[in-house]
Design a protein around this ligand. Structure first.
Ligand SMILES: Nc1ncnc2c1ncn2[C@@H]1O[C@H](COP(=O)(O)OP(=O)(O)O)[C@@H](O)[C@H]1O
Ligand SMILES: [Mg+2]
Length: 214
């Protein structure tokens, strides 16, 4: 079983968007996928309730109330998480994940907020021992936007976590989310650029680089 968690202390950075995209990707590949929503706002579960019945099924699970056990028969467990998780709650969450993706927005406020958060994740014992692996992605980027270059420089400096991709700002994510779909499930001609941007993320998730050492 693979467990993948999407984390950032800031709201609006794209955690639910990225988590639902990953869940729908693996479901569409024929895997048994559980989407565990640790956020009481339950965006991922709402997304799931909008999902058309003809699409590959994903099992939703409300994990916001604390202690729970994930059934062992899932191939992939994808965790969406709330904002502002620190301390004990953060280390409890990190214990559940093999692979952690942190989406960061290219704005000065978000970059500043992300810095100590990423450091806290990297300082976590399991992460430091590579029992859980971390990757960074930039989300909602407009490439002609100067701040993007700042984010690029900044994320590449976080040497212990690879900066694996940049997702552009596009209504495709909004449209997909409204319909309970992932970006991979929209008409291919409209999302070609986005699929190219997802390619390194999927490659990372499918590689040993995202999995516990040893
Ligand atoms: N790459 C993107 N392009 C356009 N809109 C996006 C993108 N990523 C996220 N969004 C939108 O931004 C808002 C916040 O994203 P969301 O995934 O809910 O963030 P979080 O879960 O971190 O709070 C949502 O309305 C979502 O549809
Ligand atoms: Mg969310």
């Amino acid at each position: 079983m693979r467990s993948i968690m999407v984390l950032n202390s800031k709201g609006g950075s794209g955690k639910s968007t990225v988590a639902t995209s990953i869940a729908s990707y693996y479901a569409a590949q024929g895997n048994k996928v559980m989407l565990v929503d640790l956020d009481p706002q339950a965006s991922s579960l709402e997304w799931l309730s909008a999902r058309p019945s003809g699409r590959s099924s994903i099992t939703g699970f409300d994990g916001s109330a604390g202690h729970f056990r994930v059934p062992r028969n899932a191939d992939y467990v994808v965790y969406d998480t709330p904002a502002a998780v620190h301390g004990r709650e953060l280390s409890d969450n990190l214990r559940r994940a093999q692979s952690i993706i942190i989406p960061v927005l290219p704005s000065p406020i978000d970059m500043r907020a992300a810095t100590p958060f990423i450091q806290k994740v990297l300082d976590n014992g399991r992460v430091a021992r590579k029992e859980a692996r971390v990757a960074l992605i930039a989300n909602r980027c407009r490439e002609n936007y100067n701040i993007y270059h700042q984010l690029d420089t900044y994320l590449r400096k976080v040497r212990k976590a690879p900066f694996i991709s940049v997702l552009r700002e596009t209504q495709n994510y909004v449209r997909a989310a409204e319909r309970g779909l992932g970006i991979f499930e929209l008409a291919p001609y409209s999302v070609r650029k986005d699929l190219d941007q997802w390619d390194p993320i999927i490659r990372w998730l499918n590689s040993k680089r995202s999995q516990p050492l040893g």
